[in-house]
Write a protein of this length. Structure first.
Length: 176
């Protein structure tokens, strides 16, 4: 059986130039190795006529987050655009976020309710930051959450595994 069933949606977090391209401002080493697998997950979602929802960092130039991380994903810049191999298509949804959670300050929860979504497949980067925070918040809001290992990536393997462990063991998401 595939990742998607009735009332599912696919969330693609932060697969943008600044994180995915080696020339990006906050490149995540090795992430390009998971892009083909994520492209396959996106194709599977589209084939199953499941909503594909991109939620991407889009910061103001003076964002407080730049006190912790170097400037990245400034709204309207090429760095905030989804990489070409994974680019949204007509009918996909694209939301901008200012913080780690795909829910915080976005219309994501309203969109999911409008679409009748009960099950969210969470993918993207960085596993132990935006992916984990978004998955946990989805679980806290009552969504069933699945995180496919092949569809996420972190700055290192230890962080990746710790985040997946927390999502599954501590918060009750499904890691496949």
């Amino acid at each position: 059986m595939g990742l998607f069933g009735e009332n599912s949606a696919l969330l693609v977090a932060d697969m943008i130039f600044d994180f995915v391209d080696p020339a990006g401002k906050l490149y995540v080493p090795g992430i390009e190795n998971m892009v083909p697998a994520l492209a396959g997950i996106i194709a599977e979602a589209r084939q199953a006529v499941v909503p594909v929802i991109y939620v991407n960092d889009a910061h103001e130039p003076d964002d407080d987050e730049f006190k912790q991380w170097p400037e990245h994903a400034v709204a309207g810049s090429p760095g905030a655009e989804v990489v070409g191999e994974l680019a949204p298509r007509e009918g996909d949804y694209v939301l901008e976020k200012k913080r780690y959670s795909a829910f915080y300050g976005t219309e994501l929860d309203d969109l999911l309710k409008r679409l009748g979504v009960k099950h969210l497949v969470v993918t993207g980067t960085v596993t132990n930051i935006c992916v984990m925070v978004s998955a946990i918040e989805a679980l806290m809001r009552g969504y069933r959450v699945t995180v496919p290992r092949k569809g996420v990536h972190a700055l290192n393997d230890a962080d990746n595994e710790a985040a997946l462990d927390f999502i599954g063991r501590v918060f009750g998401g499904e890691v496949v």
